[in-house]
Ligand binder design. Structure first.
Ligand SMILES: Cc1cc2nc3c(=O)[nH]c(=O)nc-3n(C[C@H](O)[C@H](O)[C@H](O)COP(=O)(O)O)c2cc1C
Length: 420
């Protein structure tokens, strides 16, 4: 007999508990070895948004008790990423790697040190890799990050215990399994692995592979995702039920990892509903885009805040990957705010019944438009002209009305009457 899923059965604590060893010192007067307090206290994850989730957003979310994901994106220069990561620690409040703490730890009796402080420490953020891109670039950057090269304390030959690697590694869009093994082998003992999936089959497989956190990404999501993907409020309860059934059938061998809901979530009521449906927390991208700390241009943030009717104003398409010649694996596309390019694509599809384009076709398709040539695309990229460029966004964009800080956005999510 199938077990009933009760409200919030998967519980916030299932997620928060995974990160409770990541602490900060909460008093200067008492040795921090005795005063460590969990840092990640809110079940809110800010998504790894390429071009938007940079150091400032990471610090803002971490400092307010969420788990931010730094977007590694479509990297070409690993050194530039490491350099960017190195800017984060000094902006994180109550940095537990401070000189004061080091001397307090050194002064504390050995026994206290053993009891009060975990051997390995972690940064209170995760880094998010696009898996198929990682396949192309090779695992070198991932290995460097796992070794703690994003910590200013890193030096060649440093032991892992001397530096803080990220709390977790996020993997999305492609085959994550080889990296799961690599992280388990080369990572610190409590480096968590978060995998974003789009189908029930993938969710079940991730449970079997014992990933630490599974993100269920619905079709409402902004940015990339599966072309054929279900709405979150269908996907989430079905996945919760299936994983629960598996856990029971396995006699406890196969626990349900914390499940996070992603896609179209902007308000406190939506957040609450995901709990009722069994999520342990949420992953939000679009909602953080217009915040003060996100890395996107201000004119793009203002554009987002004016959009209404998010399901109609956004559309899933592959055309921008073709234009950018990103060669995204078949089966993926991205949700974006409709603009001249998507209008033109739809018009053409209507006329010709075309659904799949090559990069060349896409440029041809735009020829009669003012975006007509590759040179216009280059110009649009330089000028950040979102009449042509993709402004990735989820359906929840319609409910975003005012600009605030990331912390304000998080607070309204935790308030059932909250409005962004
Ligand atoms: C601007 C933008 C960029 C994104 N870039 C990435 C990315 O680089 N890697 C990734 O795994 N997901 C990316 N995503 C998708 C998120 O992981 C997440 O599924 C999504 O933001 C959740 O839906 P929401 O945007 O409606 O909140 C991106 C989303 C947006 C809006």
């Amino acid at each position: 007999m199938k077990a009933a899923v009760s409200a919030g059965s998967n519980g916030y604590n299932a997620f928060l508990g995974l990160f409770k060893h990541i602490t900060y010192k909460n008093s200067l007067s008492i040795p921090p070895v005795l005063r460590n307090t969990p840092r990640i206290t809110k079940p809110i994850v800010s998504a790894p948004m390429n071009g938007w989730a940079g150091p400032k957003l990471v610090s803002a979310v971490a400092n307010h008790g969420g788990l931010p994901i730094y977007a590694i994106g479509y990297f070409t220069n690993p050194d530039a990423i490491v350099k960017d990561l190195l800017t984060i620690p000094s902006t994180i409040a109550h940095d537990d790697h401070s000189k004061e703490e080091e001397s307090a730890v050194a002064a504390a009796p050995v026994q206290q040190q053993q009891q009060g402080r975990p051997h390995q420490r972690y940064m209170p953020y995760a880094v998010g890799f696009v898996t198929f891109w990682l396949d192309r670039q090779g695992p070198e950057l991932l290995l460097r990050i796992l070794r703690g090269e994003g910590d200013p304390k890193f030096s060649k030959g440093a032991a892992l215990e001397e530096v803080r690697p990220p709390a977790a590694i996020w993997l999305s869009f492609g085959n994550y399994r080889p990296y799961l093994d690599l992280i388990r082998h080369h990572g610190a003992p409590e480096t968590r692995v978060i995998v974003q999936v789009q189908t029930l089959e993938e969710a079940i497989e991730a449970q079997k592979n014992k990933v630490d956190v599974i993100v269920l990404q619905g079709t409402e999501s902004g940015g990339h995702g599966a072309q054929r993907v279900v709405p979150l409020f269908t996907f989430l309860p079905e996945a919760v039920q299936a994983l629960k059934d598996n856990a029971e059938a396995s006699g406890g061998q196969l626990p349900i990892p914390p499940l996070l809901a992603a896609g179209g979530i902007s308000t406190g009521k939506q957040f609450l509903t995901t709990t009722i449906l069994g999520a342990s927390g949420v992953v939000i991208g679009t909602g953080f885009m217009p915040t003060v700390e996100s890395a996107g241009p201000q004119h793009a943030k203002e554009r987002l805040l004016k959009i209404q009717d998010g399901g109609v104003s956004t559309v899933r398409t592959r055309i921008f990957d073709e234009l950018r010649e990103f060669d995204y694996p078949i089966g993926f596309d991205g949700r974006v705010v409709r603009n001249l390019v998507t209008e033109r694509e739809e018009e053409d599809q209507r006329k010709l019944g075309l659904y799949e384009q090559t990069g060349e076709d896409s440029f041809k398709l735009l020829k009669e438009d003012r975006s007509g040539t590759k040179a216009d695309w280059v110009r649009a990229t330089q000028e950040q002209d979102f009449d042509l460029l993709p402004l990735w966004s989820g359906t929840g964009v319609g409910m975003l009305t005012k600009q605030g800080t990331a912390a304000e956005f998080m607070d309204q999510l935790l308030d059932p009457n909250g409005r962004p």
